[in-house]
Write a protein that binds this ligand. Sequence first.
Ligand code: URA
Ligand code: CA
Length: 434
Amino acid sequence: MRMVDIIEKKRDGGVLTSAEITFFVEGYTNGSIPDYQASALLMAIYFQDMTDEERANLTMAMVNSGDKIDLSAIEGVKVDKHSTGGVGDTTTLPLAAMVAAVGVPVAKMSGRGLGHTGGTIDKLEAIEGFHVEITTEDFVQQVNEIKMAVVGQSGNLTPADKKIYALRDVTGTVSSIPLIASSIMSKKIASGADAIVLDVKTGDGAFMKTEEDAKQLAQAMVKIGNDVGRKTMAIISDMSQPLGLAIGNALEIKEAIDTLQGKGPKDLEELCYTLGSQMVVLGGHAASLQEARQQLETVVMNGQALEVLKQFIIAQGGNGEVVEHQDLLPQAQYITALPAKKSGYIAKLEADDIGTAAMLLGAGRATKESEIDLAVGLMLNKKVGDYVEEGESLVTIHANQQDIAQVEQKLYDHIIISDAKVEAPSLIRAIIMT
Ligand code: URA
Ligand code: CA
């Protein structure tokens, strides 16, 4: 097989065979195919697209390029959740604890990554003593015992995706639906999920800015998952404003605990119940979404979900008392209110820029080398549609630096107040089953 023939075939709109796709993925991963040929093929895919079968084959070739996590020693259907990422997305922890309390095993592999705040692992490290370096054996045992564990990414998972993603980044081929969908799905499948629930965000703070693009990506991922034998569904959710009220690592841990105590922000709670119901049904613990939701509401109300979170924290070396005593979390030195300059309705809380304001405080990484300050971040006091009086606090800023003028300016520039009444955006935009 010659790479140039594969490039020409795709360039001219042909359909690649499974063997051709595997030849490319293996060859590029082991270095026998150079960057320039891989770039040319990626650009051809960008313009010519891929059939459903090609997408499934590309996904599995990337899965097979490295280690696969074997979770078969965990009893039950392992349902994983993936979010395409947003601002202040606190969902993973309260969601995992809820569904685990209902009996669905949550064996989660999480990353750090770049962004406005840290990833789930960074957030968890706000809890004193917590660690994510556990052996596969302990990981499996913990999930069997308390139904929930979070481990840091280890081993050599989907090396083909790492290499291809880096190349796409510098060749103008990131925003291709078949390439994004196979990239995300290959990682989920390699980490051992039997079933996958996807939360595809749409809006200013999301990777997919428009609802139409988000739907296309969701449909592509759902199709790949189901075609390769993993039950997969997606919801499209709003990311035009940050999710919940907290944006920051320790602040989001507190928000997660609040949510499990039934006093979290309404949007975050609703998203957890919506995603959770799907996970419980896929996990075989309820016959209908309605029944699943009732089970989730019950374990939140009777405290079982919070107890699972506590046991999980203790099992991974953390101080479980944080669940009752949130003042054990790291606290910022300077806490400042951002007063509204006029009265009116909140028309916009531009998620992307508000996230950047949190990053300027040190809540997230601008580059891989940046250090995160787990204590700092933002607490929104208003959401889109709320009324605010002049002088009332829009946001509480938690900082470890005295000079926050730049952060304040960024917030003022991206929190838009209008005289006319504004409707709150709807949170769940669509449910994609096929
Ligand atoms: N996230 C991924 O993991 N892969 C992509 O291609 C895009 C976003
Ligand atoms: Ca949040």
